[in-house]
Design a protein around this ligand. Structure first.
Ligand SMILES: *Cc1c(COP(=O)(O)O)cnc(C)c1O
Length: 395
């Protein structure tokens, strides 16, 4: 296998032979698009005028006073559709259109990537089909309705636990069946090569902007924090700072009910090397190598694998990965809401929660510059937040 498909030992193309030709075509077409000034100009125009970029790098004065260090929030929550996912969905759907595809398909868990893809497909005039577990459809009825309103067809998956993992498997099968006419829009920096690289590149706008915005203020980032599900918002911001060796990078994983329980999704903390969804990476698995069921209060972090570039950054220790529990995330959501008037997504609250652990370890006499990526806004999570505050069980 060609080494460029890998980050160290991780990544690759663990797919059926029938999918190889589509991956090779995708890589070729992506390389062409990447070097085409017209494609890049169209994407840049959409990011600016449709998505609303650049997103602000906001100096969080009250959180900074609370923690004793300079805290900046990268406001991906202000993007059209409410999260970073649109950066990647627009890029891939634009690529699908350029390749002459008529239809895009996507998998979705909570529905955020499905909504972003349906949005991009509506804008660019492509047919859209979204695969979603039947249980997730029940939990996220509003997002199902949003996708249908945008003109997408939502396909209910009734296999297994009827959640994201099964929806992803169904999307891959359906893609392989219609591989000549269909483009598969993957929602995170995961899957077989070249997807992790494509998604990283489309999300790298976050890190590029954040670094420029800091530089304009005469600042240098000492610490960057992002939450990690599959890892797309994290790799998006990390990529702008990988070469700044004095900048520490932290990924906050879902610690769920605690890493001493079986209810978490702390893949790098507790996983082992394995294969999932076409890539070699760290995977939460049992002693027989079966993929473990995962839990997180946030649907976006509820994934038993992780993007291969994170596996590599973990192994080489360029980035650090830390588990944050449901409860710690919820406390951080409340703190940010009360101190800054910003309600973050529960996913993003995992990144904010790490401030509680990081700041007490930093030198008090030397103020540090910390950037937290606020990957999305909390509107979608209101029912969960209310259940928790009322002491009810949440799904
Ligand atoms: C989907 C989602 C995530 C997790 O996905 P990554 O690929 O790890 O970024 C994080 N935050 C929000 C708001 C999301 O919607």
């Amino acid at each position: 296998m060609i080494k460029k498909a890998y980050f160290g030992n991780f990544g690759g193309q663990y797919v059926p032979e029938t999918a190889m030709f589509a991956l090779i075509e995708l890589e070729k077409e992506y390389e062409k698009a990447k070097g085409d000034p017209q494609f890049q100009a169209e994407l840049e125009d959409l990011l600016k005028n449709y998505v609303g970029r650049p997103t602000p790098l906001y100096y969080a004065k009250n959180l900074s006073a609370h923690y004793g260090h300079d805290i900046f929030l990268k406001r991906e929550d202000l993007n059209h559709t409410g999260a970073h996912k649109i950066n990647n969905a627009l890029g891939q759907v634009l690529l699908a259109k350029r390749m002459g595809k008529k239809k895009v398909i996507a998998e979705t868990g909570a529905g955020q990537h499905g909504v972003a893809t349906a949005t991009a497909a509506a804008l660019l005039g492509l047919e859209c089909e979204v695969y979603m577990g039947a249980v997730d459809m029940q939990r996220q009825q509003l997002n199902v309705f949003r996708m249908e309103l945008l003109g997408a067809k939502v396909v209910a998956i009734e296999d297994g636990l009827k959640t994201l993992k099964e929806a992803t498997t169904a999307a891959i099968q359906s893609w392989v069946a219609e591989i000549e006419t269909v483009f598969y829009v993957i929602g995170s920096a995961v899957g077989p090569h070249p997807y992790p690289t494509i998604v990283r590149d489309f999300q790298s706008v976050i890190g590029r902007e954040a670094r420029e915005q800091l530089t304009a203020l005469g600042k240098h980032a000492d610490h960057i924090i992002a939450c990690v599900g599959g890892g797309s918002n994290a790799i998006g911001i990390f990529s702008g700072f990988l070469d700044d060796t004095s900048t520490e990078l932290y990924g906050a994983e879902a610690g769920g009910e605690g890493i001493d329980t079986e209810r978490h999704a702390a893949t790098l903390t507790l996983g082992r090397e394995g294969i999932i969804h076409g890539m070699k990476t760290y995977v939460l698995q049992d002693k027989y190598g079966q993929i473990s069921p995962v839990h997180s209060i946030s649907a976006g972090l509820d994934y038993p694998g992780i993007g291969p570039e994170h596996a590599y950054l973990f192994q080489t220790k360029r980035a650090h990965y830390v588990p944050i529990t449901d409860e710690e995330a919820m406390n951080a959501l409340l703190l940010t809401t009360r101190k800054e008037g910003i309600i973050p997504a529960i996913e993003s609250a995992h990144a904010l929660a790490y401030l509680d652990k990081l700041c007490p370890t930093l030198p008090k006499d030397k103020k540090q510059t910390i950037v937290v990526n606020v990957s999305g806004r909390g509107d979608k999570d209101m029912h969960t937040v209310f259940s928790v505050l009322k002491g009810e069980k949440y799904e």
